[in-house]
Design a protein around this ligand. Structure first.
Ligand SMILES: NC(=O)c1ccc[n+]([C@@H]2O[C@H](COP(=O)([O-])OP(=O)(O)OC[C@H]3O[C@@H](n4cnc5c(N)ncnc54)[C@H](O)[C@@H]3O)[C@@H](O)[C@H]2O)c1
Length: 260
């Protein structure tokens, strides 16, 4: 097992990519703290982790709020005594006004940057003292291929995900001497509830057609799955990547290559 007796926090772990990562880690022997905005979803995935024979803890916390992040880390230490791995996966998008600069309000900008970038900073800041003390840590940040190859203009979200790339290289440089690696993965399109906001009230067929079109734009001719992303997260969270830090890995089925 690649993560035997390790302890991980997976933010946004109640569904989609975060759930996929949590279950992959648990299958490799890791005890996993499942963070989410709402406790019910976190509890459900914590139950799935326990069903795999590992320990788990569900914690509701908004990663963009420093007091809630501190409490999450305190609770993790109280229960497990250490934190080996942090996966900064929580994130989200808002398309209520589209993503073009003319329509983006200051409030939209602040909220999306807070969730997708500040949240990662706050979680790193809270776990790093424990990782430094044990001279071991693996931080995996989730960015997006949209940060470097935007499929459409979504200025706040893509800027936040671009910031995650810089946060990763800065922190990797700062923490390398403590045997803490900090790496980043950039998913391409992955089928999850991430896209739900776009289809509120729309018939299922509309959503299915959208996913099919999106898949066809990928050289591998399909959308990604949470498991596709979880495999790379496992590599970055395990000692298979013991000498890899400051890297950003695209997980996009061949994107940005075009199939033609
Ligand atoms: N699905 C895609 O196509 C895609 C592509 C590139 C990057 N990503 C990124 O992957 C990550 C996971 O996305 P997903 O597709 O699983 O989406 P998802 O909507 O299924 O899951 C996102 C999770 O993050 C949680 N979350 C959101 N804001 C939070 C906050 N402030 N505090 C705590 N938790 C919060 C949600 O509750 C949810 O559990 C996100 O960072 C997203 O930006 C997704």
């Amino acid at each position: 097992m690649l993560l035997k007796d390790r302890v991980a926090i997976v933010t946004g772990g109640a569904k989609g990519i975060g759930r996929g990562i949590a279950l992959k880690f648990a299958a490799e022997g890791c005890h996993v703290v499942i963070n989410a905005l709402h406790i019910e979803g976190a509890r459900k995935v914590a139950g799935e982790v326990e069903a795999l024979g590992r320990r788990s803890l569900a914690i509701a916390a908004d990663v963009s709020k420093s007091t809630e992040v501190s409490t999450m880390v305190d609770q993790t230490i109280e229960r497990f005594g250490k934190i080996d791995i942090l996966v900064n996966n929580a994130g989200g998008i808002s398309l209520a006004r589209g993503g073009a600069i003319d329509n983006t309000t200051e409030d939209d900008w602040d909220r999306i940057i807070d969730i997708n970038l500040k949240g990662q900073f706050l979680c790193c800041r809270a776990v790093v003292p424990y990782m430094k003390k044990q001279k071991y840590g693996k931080i995996v940040n989730v960015s997006s291929m949209g940060a470097v190859h935007p499929p459409a203009p979504i200025i706040h979200y893509h800027s936040a995900k671009g910031g995650v790339l810089s946060l990763t290289s800065n922190l990797a440089f700062e923490l390398a001497r403590f045997n803490i690696t900090v790496n980043c993965l950039l998913p391409g399109p992955v089928r999850s509830e991430f896209f739900n906001e776009m289809f509120q009230g729309a018939p299922d067929k509309e959503k299915e057609d959208f996913f099919e079109r999106l898949g066809k734009r990928v050289p591998m001719q399909r959308m990604g799955t949470p498991e596709d992303i979880a495999g790379v997260a496992l590599f970055l969270a395990s000692d298979l990547s013991s000498y890899v830090t400051g890297e950003s890995i695209c997980v996009g089925g061949g994107l940005p290559l075009t199939p033609d």
